[in-house]
Design a protein around this ligand. Structure first.
Ligand code: GLA
Length: 400
């Protein structure tokens, strides 16, 4: 999650897919002399239509892939040291096979080192990475990095790694080397998402369905608050542990509950007065948000955009009031979007405390929204937003 790109957020919307595999191969050649045996993989970042803070409660989520990806080029190296390089950071590192690079938690190299260790790569590898997914914006740049690395390594090493195992490997890297006890949504959609579809994922069974979302009737607008709170990771972990505490409390009355996913509103209503109010609110968000995911899938399938919009707005309210992961900037962006013409719905997205909002908008009003929001945000917070209309989502793939 702390993966930093050098380019400023303002450049984000102008970046096209200039770092294609050709450009990456040319950079690889300049770095290592030639490109013999080099393979290249891409994995996209994500937006989340709805289903926030439900994944680590065994719940449901409905993310889709971004039109921006991370790219990884790799081949077997020589000797006993891995050589890794980041184009954006203009940084190279080498370290012994079977060890971690000596960088801090959440450094870009710790994701690479983590994937190499967790995939038990026993041979030296040369690995070059680049990408366009803005980091720290709630768009899962780190999951995209993990999945791009996972894909390219498994290809270079001839390993068969099924997508779910790869997603779980990325999640372990987040937990162990970035200190974020995230769920599995980001890695799963980066690895398994399909263009023009949202991914309905059951985070307990890990069963999933691709739900078509390519209707010409709507556009998705992503607006980056460009706020990054230093405490976001620790607050995220705190929410996760509050969910565990809330569950433990409810299990006193019903020991069969395995996760907040199993809790009903009736049960919450019954024990509302005896449960810690904060834990109660957190649990209520999760229970209601899971229901909203199913309602959103029904709305999507019916092309009922006003209904989808209502669900998004309700999700934001719940994240703001019950789960308390929003902030003034996100609330403002959602408020402005909801008041704009042609907007069906909007909400904050991802872990919270900064990052992006998602809005569902009539196509001919989308451009107008990006402009309106930029001007008013600048006036209110003296800070820039970066807003863009989502193009067709990318898919994880081996490119070379
Ligand atoms: C982050 C985590 C995900 C998920 C979201 C909140 O993106 O990585 O696992 O918990 O926050 O929905």
């Amino acid at each position: 999650m702390e993966w930093r790109f050098k380019h400023g957020a303002t450049e984000m919307s102008q970046i096209t897919h200039s770092h294609t595999s050709d450009a990456l191969l040319a950079t690889f050649a300049a770095w290592q002399g030639d490109t013999r045996g080099v393979r290249v993989a891409q994995a996209p970042g994500r937006v989340n239509v709805i289903g926030e803070h439900t994944d680590y409660n065994d719940g449901f989520v409905l993310p889709m892939t971004l039109d921006k990806a991370v790219y990884a080029a790799a081949r077997l190296g020589v000797g006993s040291r891995h050589r890794i390089r980041s184009v954006e950071f203009d940084q190279s590192l080498t370290f012994e096979v079977g060890t971690m690079p000596r960088t801090g938690r959440g450094h870009w190299a710790s994701y690479a080192g983590g994937m190499l260790l967790e995939m038990q790569v026993g041979a030296a590898v040369d690995l070059l990475i680049t990408g366009h997914v803005p980091q720290g914006a709630g768009l899962s740049s780190s999951a995209a990095l993990e999945m791009a690395i996972g894909l390219v390594l498994s290809t270079v090493l001839g390993m068969e790694v099924d997508p779910i195992t790869m997603a779980r490997t990325g999640q372990r890297v987040e937990h162990q080397y970035a200190g974020v006890t995230c769920g599995l949504m980001d890695q799963m959609v980066s690895r398994l998402g399909k263009s023009n579809h949202a991914l309905l994922l059951d985070c307990r069974s890990l069963g999933y369905t691709h739900v078509p979302l390519q209707d010409a009737a709507v556009k998705i607008v992503v607006i980056n608050s460009n706020v990054r709170r230093a405490l976001a990771s620790s607050k995220y972990n705190e929410r996760r542990s509050e969910c565990i505490q809330g569950l433990a409390c409810l299990q006193q009355w019903n020991p069969r509950l395995r996760a907040l996913r199993d809790v009903t509103l009736d049960l919450l209503g019954e024990f509302g007065s005896v449960m810690d109010p904060v834990l109660h609110s957190r649990a209520r968000h999760v229970v209601e948000e899971n229901a909203r995911v199913h309602a959103a899938v029904a709305a999507l399938r019916a092309g009922d955009w006003p209904q989808l919009g209502v669900l998004l707005a309700a999700s934001h309210e719940s994240l703001r009031r019950l789960y308390e992961v929003s902030c003034a900037e996100l609330d403002f962006l959602v408020e402005v979007a909801l008041a704009a013409p042609g907007v069906y719905g909007a909400r904050m997205m991802g872990g919270g405390f900064g990052g992006c909002t998602i809005s569902i908008v009539e196509p001919n009003r989308a451009e107008e929204l990006t402009k309106a929001v930029q001007a008013s945000y600048q006036r209110r917070f003296d800070r820039e937003t970066t807003a863009w209309i989502l193009e067709e989502g990318l898919e994880a793939a081996i490119l070379v």
